[in-house]
Design a protein around this ligand. Structure first.
Ligand code: NAD
Length: 292
């Protein structure tokens, strides 16, 4: 058996097309156009690439982008003052501070400063808190977990009753993904670096979401036959045959897992494009909160 490939790039294209059409329609009706502000601190090359992609995608969809690049040594006060300015700017509906931040800046403190109504990354403690409450809806769901759920539902719309192994418990990926799976009536097991018998947990899971940042952590024979496998990992492996000197792989041993899974997402071309598409979707949604 060879698994169905969950093509995140293709899925993301169709979501972006819908957003582009919705924005064009707003323009026709002379309604306000959403604006996304990106704040990049320092010179982390991966962060620079992610922010550049977000700006490029915003531009392609008709979202106005406001880009801010701050020095590595910017103070917390300066960063907070910029965020306050963006919170008050009526042309900006989404404020995104690219993580990770340099050591001297507390990510938690910085996130607290973003208005929950402009928190298009869905990482503000207010939105994270609402996500964890049974009868509440956050204003925004976090982007990568939203992309993961959309990918799973593209091959299996109803996952109620399924067991899911979520490998990783970060605030950005693992933990919110587990909460969203639970909201879809699946039963998540949250695994982390202290988890024992990870292989056994995976073998009992109908869904595996791998977000540890360790290449080939999930081996082919850990995958239950027919399971849905979503590989979130982005790992740079030295490769002299590539122009950049490295290639990007996920957390799953794809070549083996593809022989057992029912459906599997590749890296690259899986979760990455979906994360950006969900950010754009949140930015469009943010316009609803503009005057509320
Ligand atoms: P993180 O470092 O904050 O968290 C990693 C988690 O994995 C931790 O909870 C840790 O306990 C767990 N872990 C690490 N090694 C493990 C092991 N051997 N067994 C079990 N658990 C283990 O990372 P993150 O920000 O959550 O990102 C995870 C991965 O996903 C990274 O590779 C990152 O680059 C990638 N990522 C991709 C996207 C995307 O859009 N594709 C977005 C965010 C993160």
């Amino acid at each position: 058996m060879t698994a169905q490939i969950i093509d995140g790039k293709k899925l993301a294209e169709s979501i972006k097309e819908e957003i582009k059409n919705a924005i064009a329609e707003r323009e026709r009706q002379m309604l306000p156009i959403p604006g996304l502000a990106t704040v990049l601190v320092g010179n982390n090359p991966a962060s620079k690439t992610y922010v550049a992609n977000k700006i490029k995608t915003s531009d392609a969809l008709g979202i106005r982008s406001f880009s801010y690049e701050l020095d590595e040594n910017v103070s917390l006060e300066e960063l907070e003052s910029l965020i306050k300015e963006l919170n008050d700017n009526p042309d900006v509906q989404g404020v995104l501070v690219q993580l990770p931040l340099p050591e001297h800046l507390s990510e938690d403190k910085v996130m607290h400063n973003i208005s929950p109504k402009k928190d298009v990354d869905g990482l503000h403690p207010y939105n994270a808190g609402l996500l964890s409450r049974k009868y509440s809806e956050p204003l925004f769901y976090p982007c990568t977990p939203s992309g993961i759920i959309r990918m799973i539902q593209s091959v299996c719309p109803d996952i109620s009753g399924m067991n899911a192994a979520v490998i990783g418990r970060s605030s950005i990926v693992g933990m919110p993904t587990a909460m969203m799976l639970s909201r879809c009536n699946a039963t998540p097991t949250i695994c982390h670096s202290y988890t024992k018998h990870l292989d056994e947990i995976c073998r009992q899971s109908d869904i595996i979401v791998a977000a540890a940042g360790t290449p080939k952590l999930i081996q082919g024979d850990w995958v239950k036959p027919g399971a849905i496998v979503i590989d979130v990992g982005i790992n740079h492996i030295p490769d002299s045959t590539k122009p950049r000197g490295y290639r990007i792989v996920g957390d799953v041993d794809f070549d083996e897992a593809v022989k057992r899974a029912g459906a599997i997402s590749p890296v690259p071309g899986g979760v990455g494009p979906m994360t950006i598409a969900m950010l754009m979707s949140n930015t469009l949604k943010a316009i609803e909160y503009r005057e509320s």
